[in-house]
Write a protein that binds this ligand. Structure first.
Ligand SMILES: *Cc1c(COP(=O)(O)O)cnc(C)c1O
Length: 400
């Protein structure tokens, strides 16, 4: 008999069931493949689910961020403050607007944007701040609003990690002028590729709808004569539309959001209990005001206590067929971005500190208890093969 090989456990993946497939098939049999009734239905469902007035569906999370910046009025020569610990899109979309990303530090405990660093980076060219709800934890929006609202600087929430999360019981989607969501397969719900901007602001919603469809001004067209082919483009826009096929998938996925987030929280709780007993590996801290949606479960690996540090643990787990990842290499380390951005005056020491230590462990709704058991066993095994860490936290405390 050939030796059985355990399947590779990824750090994240989608969960599709029969109802998702049926929803998509129904669209394929219908009249519209794109810009039909399912797009509007998905937008309405999401807006209702998050208690937000408008949802504007777009083709991915990056487009959601790009259009949010444009709708906030970001133009050539402006500055937009972004955190160092995020996915490249948070900054590349600022560059797409012709503006300069100003990169500021994050907290070493949470990985979230540091309000003091934001304040120190504000200039008279600052047009917006993009707050990233890193790992699924909402930023400290009260503190951010306190320093930014008197200066009339809007906040755009990059909530690509935090669909389903809350801050002081307030749902994500209600914490900033505009909120960008992503429906990539590793995110909370998926449409393959997809995104949405949530906003309470009527003018912003109107601008977002215009920009996602080439800037074609249908209202203007409709006002002149409903029966003419005549149209105009009054603003330079994009084709950032989401299809009806994708929207049908989004509609059925959204029905399962609560269950998906609940399972992620269960897994996170098991990890928390496990790492309580492991010296040298500490999960990121979740502030009391926040209910995390746990897009990621990130631990900090102390290189002084775990031989070989994060990279050795990554390699050992990979050999045991456990997929982990690093979220993220700070954006000022990325070759194409580095020369085009500016670092805030206080530097990004905490982001550098985190970058040396962080590792994202598998967490996704389809992850079974058996999968989780394999991950925990693999971590225990990986640590036993490194010399310095097979001791209990209490013993370490006692001996230090
Ligand atoms: C996924 C993600 C994006 C981009 O979303 P896409 O749908 O992949 O374009 C932007 N910001 C963050 C923080 C993300 O995790």
């Amino acid at each position: 008999m050939p030796p059985s090989v355990d399947p590779f456990i990824p750090y994240g993946r989608q969960l599709l069931t029969e109802d998702d497939l049926e929803g998509v098939a129904a669209v394929l049999r219908g009249d519209f493949l794109t810009t039909g009734p399912f797009v509007e239905q998905f937008e309405t469902d999401m807006a209702r689910r998050l208690d937000v007035k408008h949802g504007v569906a777009v083709c991915n999370g990056t487009a959601a961020l790009h259009l949010s910046l444009l709708a906030a009025g970001v133009v050539h020569g402006d500055e937009v403050i972004v955190p160092a610990m995020t996915f490249a899109s948070t900054a590349s979309t600022v560059l797409m607007c012709g503006a300069t990303p100003v990169v500021v530090d994050v907290s070493a405990e949470t990985g979230l944007i540091d309000t003091k660093a934001v304040l120190a980076a504000v200039t008279d060219r600052t047009r917006a701040v993009v707050a990233v709800d890193y790992t699924g934890v909402p930023c400290d929006y009260d503190a951010l609003h306190r320093v930014l609202s008197s200066r009339r600087i809007p906040i755009i929430s990059d909530a690509c990690h935090s669909l389903g999360a809350a801050y002081h019981q307030k749902k994500v989607g209600n914490l900033a002028l505009m909120t960008a969501l992503s429906f990539h397969p590793v995110k909370h719900i998926t449409t393959g590729e997809g995104g949405m901007v949530m906003t309470h602001d009527d003018a912003a919603a109107k601008q977002l709808r215009l920009l996602r469809n080439h800037g074609i001004n249908r209202d203007h067209h409709a006002r002149r004569n409903r029966r003419t082919w005549e149209y105009d483009i009054t603003t330079l826009g994009y084709n950032y539309r989401l299809t009806d096929i994708q929207s049908a998938l989004g509609i059925s996925q959204l029905k399962k959001l609560d269950r998906f987030v609940a399972r992620r929280r269960e897994i996170a709780k098991r990890y928390d209990a496990f790492f309580d007993r492991i010296p040298g590996i500490d999960p990121l801290v979740i502030p009391k005001a926040c209910a995390s949606a746990y897009h990621l479960y990130v631990v900090r690996v102390d290189p002084e206590r775990i031989t070989g540090g994060r990279n050795a643990l990554y390699a050992r787990l990979f050999e045991l067929r456990i997929g982990t990842n690093v979220h993220y290499k700070p954006i000022h380390h990325l070759t194409a971005l580095a020369p085009r951005l500016r670092l805030g005056s206080k530097g990004c020491q905490m982001a550098e500190h985190l970058f040396e230590r962080i590792l994202s462990l598998p967490i996704y709704p389809a992850m079974t208890d058996a999968d989780l058991g394999r991950v925990l066993t693999a971590i225990t095994h990986a640590l036993q093969t490194s010399r310095s860490s097979a001791v209990r936290k209490s013993e370490t405390h006692a001996s230090s």
